[in-house]
Design a protein around this ligand. Sequence first.
Ligand code: PGA
Length: 241
Amino acid sequence: MEIKVFKNDEEIAEKAAGDIISLVNSKNNPVIGFATGASPVSTYKRIIKAYNEGKVSFKNVTSFNLDEYCTIPKSDKNSYYTFMHENLFDKIDIDEKNINIPDGNPANVEEFCNGYDKKIAEKGGIDIQILGIGRNGHIGFNEPSDIFTEQTYKVKLTESTVEANDKYFGSASLMPKEAITMGIGSIMKSKTIILIACGIEKAEAVRDMIKGNVTPECPASILQKHSDARIYLDEDAASLL
Ligand code: PGA
């Protein structure tokens, strides 16, 4: 793991966006794994700025998103489909047909999930995967558990995750309790992983990820075993290291 502590979210965004732009400008058909949530939003703003300045084009980029809520339609204002379009895809020149976001309501869950991992492999694997981290140490929606999950699958969200995200839905009762997420195995196959964490509420999860045992009770701890995991933290998130 490469751990870098930055003054603030803006500095993290500059570095993370720089890593992505370098990849896109140096590879023919790059594959990027995107994440939703608050953590990558400043990075996406930087990418949009660079695109508007003519410094990068996403025409040849294929994207795969980590996860999507079940039960709500993709047109819902809180779907990750909507999030990604509003915060990034509608503002750059990525081709809609190269965008992959899990279907939260597939007719056949198993078939869909197997197909998602297969498609990632067919595209040559993910070059850079962006991640946030949950307060409970989750990555994607891989919640603390007694096993490290392998492939994309349907997951039941924990109380901690519902509590962290119900603000977007107005109340916990309105928030979906299940999601489709890439598994830990799918994430670990990415060639480079960039995990972004800001704020004091992430400090314990960050400490457990970096200093704790590698255990599915803190899913992010598996990143200790990745050959190119870059952990970008602000000072608050790094305060217990
Ligand atoms: P956040 O979520 O970026 O909104 O803090 C991260 C996560 O739960 O993985």
